[in-house]
Design a binder for this molecule. Sequence first.
Ligand SMILES: O=c1nc2n(C[C@H](O)[C@H](O)[C@H](O)CO)c3cc(O)ccc3cc-2c(=O)[nH]1
Ligand SMILES: C[C@H]1O[C@@H](n2cnc3c(N)ncnc32)[C@H](O)[C@@H]1O
Ligand code: SF4
Length: 336
Amino acid sequence: MAAIAPQTITYSPAYTLVPTYECFNRCTYCNFRHDPGKSEWLSIDQARTRLRGLQSQAVIEILILSGEVHPKSLRRRAWVQRIYDLCALALEMGFLPHTNVGPLSFEEMLYLKQVNVSMGLMLEQLTPKLLKTVHRYAPSKRPAVRLQQLIWAGKLQIPFTTGLLLGIGETEADWWQTLSAIAHIHQQWGHIQEVILQPHQTGRTQIESRDQLSFERFKTAILMAHEILPPDITLQIPPNLVNPQAALLTCLELGARDIGGIGPKDEVNPDYPHLQQPALSRLLAAHGWQLKPRLPVYPQYDDWLSAHLRPAINQWRQRLTNPAFASVSALSSPSY
Ligand SMILES: O=c1nc2n(C[C@H](O)[C@H](O)[C@H](O)CO)c3cc(O)ccc3cc-2c(=O)[nH]1
Ligand SMILES: C[C@H]1O[C@@H](n2cnc3c(N)ncnc32)[C@H](O)[C@@H]1O
Ligand code: SF4
């Protein structure tokens, strides 16, 4: 009897740099933000030291994840410049940057496109009722502002990651609306490479606690996303937020095909450490799934990126297809 080939599940070997934790929004579920002016920005020298330590390790993506400086603040230009400089440094040191720093103007997106292989912004939920609850102090979470980002990313041909934040006071009908909007925008521009289903998790420093999404409801969300989203969008789930670990396998059976960035620290949910790649590979392999590393840009979008980004991407693609690197174990496991 012929052996059944294992199905592939992908992940991005990633490390997160945080330009600043300061944020002018106060989402009530956030465990990341600091008050404006109370947190040092990450300097280029500090970033260089950290990235140098990663060069011999299995890290491909540098996720630039940030708290936000108000669009009208006099410090906004410096903040965007710092993000640009961090991306340029990561590229120069052989990594592939992916920026997710909240809503940007069209010009800011165009500027950052030059130094990113893909970008992202969670749509979270379209329903305006959350502006009266978890987002009452978060102007960046206005649904129209976030929808506009997805449209601009399409117009600018930026390979894009978006997603839903689940369990923040929305209904299943709200999920349907949000997923349909993503599918609709993708139909027009074809730029959404992946959609994250991110269950809200309570952490230690958020200003308002709330019930966590039950696994039953999470399964419903995965099934719904699988039904609504076109097959060329990969469904991503964060493995550290799905408990117990056996539940991760159920998510894969329901259609999730990617487990996102795996690195030493989940900056958004620091209270939920990631299983590292070897343990995840073993867990999946025991149930017939093969875990494979991928780049933060999916291959169908390589042509959209400017010529100076291509050599680094081609090099990484070659490293991943080279038989010596084809198995995950051939990449040295990060010890950070
Ligand atoms: O480690 C994390 N990575 C997050 N990532 C990164 C993601 O796991 C990977 O970097 C992408 O899959 C790159 O293709 C995000 C990226 C986005 O564009 C939007 C939201 C997120 C959210 C998280 C997150 O909560 N934790
Ligand atoms: C990077 C993304 O992380 C999400 N995010 C912010 N706080 C939490 C939390 N406590 N649990 C899960 N996801 C969260 C937001 O949707 C943001 O856009
Ligand atoms: S979730 Fe993002 S926008 Fe909201 S407070 Fe936290 S850092 Fe700021």
